[in-house]
Design a protein around this ligand. Structure first.
Ligand code: ATP
Ligand code: MG
Length: 560
């Protein structure tokens, strides 16, 4: 996989450049992103969005947002709204070109009439089951329906009757009259209209017949003057059918379709049907659960639009199916936030430390850099006092030699503060649990350096007990415990990782973080990158989602 920082080229770019060089599109290229509003968008859709909007922007063309809403059963306005929000958030603009295939129902009906009149479509009165039997298989040809040679006039009358509600669901369908012997099953007289007495979320009960996806998709592109219909590989076998519709109808334009491989991401599923199941069965906390591979989930987790666009660029575009390592997405956001996220201190699992030789009532404000490598990000004041909390993991009673953090008799640096030495461990007599550490500090090491040149091997983070703010921190792991849940021996849901969310609700942060706004991102030193969540605002106890660890989480590190 490509990981260069320069823009990788790909076959779609080459096709467009070639077309432009030949002067085929003097008005510029025109693409579209055509989601069905039956679920939220996921990272796979982001790939298609970046490609369609990206190509249009790069070659000064146009890109439409079109809802392919021909299936009244599953579509809903709430999905339209969510998709619009997601595309806009990703940084793309359809300007005044927001379209709905359902707005073309009347035009599509006319196209169907046009086919019937040419003797290229017929009303079939076989049942769905019979139609399936007559279709044949990959190795056997299909057989003609007994209704295939209905006269044009009869077809017109029946088709109008279908539209006017004279028949029940499934009584008739309209089929294209192509070739029941075709090697490509899509060409064996595909159904193009069916009766469905279901209200449509936009057209209500105006229609009781609905065009099929294949018929709608290519003709909508033609109506919108789309030049390059970019879509995923599963539509490759449908292309001859699209071409047949376009060639046999008087359309205002002639789009060409090019297919690319879908994005598959490891340790998750990217299919709306499965994502809906995760939401509806309560495996996750809604479409925007930070573990979901949806755009809204990634947004809530703390991913930026830039990181997702960058990811889509890096994974490249090919014609062969590949699975992308889940780490690539993490790598991209880690890179970005490494440069941009202000540093703060937070303690996930607090352990109390009393500094015996620090004056009881004293407190001081210490200077802390907001970004150690970027002085332009400035500094802030962090309060320090006699009682602080450190990370439980940063103390070990029987520490091996290589443990460079706090242990009895050992000295460490408190980030931005002082050197402290652990003198005593106070434990619960019954359980043996460490309750508190008694330490002493060296006042001469203020700011973290000893004037005598004495070195310490470890630096740990901390929060002043008196000044720290309570917070809830949510740590996420992969949603599935195997790389390809879709391809395992068991049902994909059997691989859901039961430990994908760990909620720590006794965390402490430096006071500076209390007013963090949902969506604000930070690096909590030594712990990773975090994003303030909308939850907790009302209760006054902020919630932070961990976006990623500081290092590759494959190598599970001890200072989680
Ligand atoms: P799903 O399989 O998740 O239900 P879909 O293809 O049915 O997805 P659509 O709403 O039809 O969902 O998708 C809109 C566009 O996004 C289509 O052009 C499709 O090719 C593209 N797309 C969907 N999933 C992916 C993916 N994983 N990678 C790249 N493009 C995708
Ligand atoms: Mg689809």
């Amino acid at each position: 996989m490509r990981m260069e920082s320069s823009t990788p080229t790909h076959f779609i770019r080459r096709i467009i450049e070639d077309d432009l060089a030949r002067g085929r599109y003097p008005e510029g290229i025109h693409t579209r992103f055509p989601p069905e509003p039956n679920g939220f968008l996921h990272i796979g859709h982001a790939k298609a969005i970046c490609l369609n909007f990206g190509m249009a922007a790069e070659y000064r063309g146009k890109c439409n947002l079109r809802f392919d809403d021909t299936n009244p059963e599953k579509e809903d306005m709430k999905y339209v709204d969510a998709i619009r929000e997601d595309v806009r958030w990703l940084g793309f603009d359809w300007e005044d070109r927001l379209f709905f295939a359902s707005d073309y129902f009347a035009r599509l009906f006319e196209f169907a009439i046009e086919l019937i009149e040419q003797g290229k479509a017929y009303v079939d009165s076989m049942s769905a089951e019979q139609i399936r039997q007559y279709r044949g298989t990959l190795t056997e040809p299909g057989a003609d329906s007994p209704y295939r040679n209905r006269p044009v006039a009869e077809n017109l009358e029946l088709f109008h009757g279908m539209k006017d509600g004279e028949f029940g669901d499934g009584e008739h369908v309209l089929r294209a009259k192509i070739d029941m012997q075709a090697a490509n099953l899509n060409m064996r007289d595909p159904v193009i209209y069916r009766i469905r007495r279901t209200s449509h979320y936009r057209t209500g009960d105006a229609w009781c017949i609905y065009p099929m996806y294949d018929f709608t998709q290519c003709l909508s592109d033609a109506l919108e003057h789309v030049t390059h219909s970019l879509c995923s590989l599963e539509f490759e076998d449908h292309r001859p059918l699209y071409d047949w519709f376009i060639d046999n109808l008087d359309t205002p334009a002639r789009p060409y379709q090019y297919e690319f491989a879908r994005l598959n991401l490891e340790y998750t599923v990217l299919s709306k049907r499965k994502l809906i199941e995760l939401v509806e069965d309560g495996h996750v906390d809604g479409w925007d659960d930070p573990r979901m591979p949806t755009i809204s989930g990634l947004r809530r987790r703390g991913f930026t639009p830039e990181s997702i666009r960058d990811f889509c660029e890096r994974i490249g575009l090919t014609k062969s199916d590949t699975y992308i390592d889940a780490g690539v997405l993490e790598h991209v956001i880690r890179d970005e936030l490494g440069a941009s996220a202000p540093r703060r201190m937070a303690v996930l699992r607090p352990l109390k430390v009393v500094i015996d030789n620090y004056p009881d009532d004293e407190e001081e404000l210490l200077d802390a850099a907001n970004h150690p490598q970027d002085p332009a990000m400035g500094t802030r004041k962090v309060p320090f006092s006699k009682v602080i909390y450190i990370e439980r993991d940063d103390f070990m009673e029987d520490a091996p030699k290589k443990f460079f953090r706090l242990a009895p008799g050992r000295e460490v640096r408190l980030r931005y503060a002082y050197f402290i030495t652990c003198n005593e461990v106070i434990k619960d007599e019954q359980t043996g649990e460490v309750l508190e550490l008694r330490c002493s500090y060296d006042p001469a090491t203020r700011g973290g350096n000893a004037p005598d040149g004495r070195k310490v091997k470890g630096t740990i983070h901390w929060v002043s007990a008196k000044h720290g703010r309570a917070a809830e921190i949510r740590l996420y792991d992969r949603l599935f415990s195997v790389a390809n849940p879709d391809r395992g021996e068991q049902d994909w849901k059997a691989y859901i990782n039961p430990a994908s969310l760990e909620t720590l609700d006794h965390c402490l942060t430096e006071p500076d973080l209390a007013p963090a706004q949902p969506g604000e991102r930070f690096q909590f030193e030594r712990l990773g990158y975090f994003c303030a969540d909308r939850d907790g605002r009302q209760a006054g106890k902020p919630v932070f989602n961990r976006i990623v660890t500081l290092r590759d989480s494959w190598a599970k590190i001890s200072n989680r």
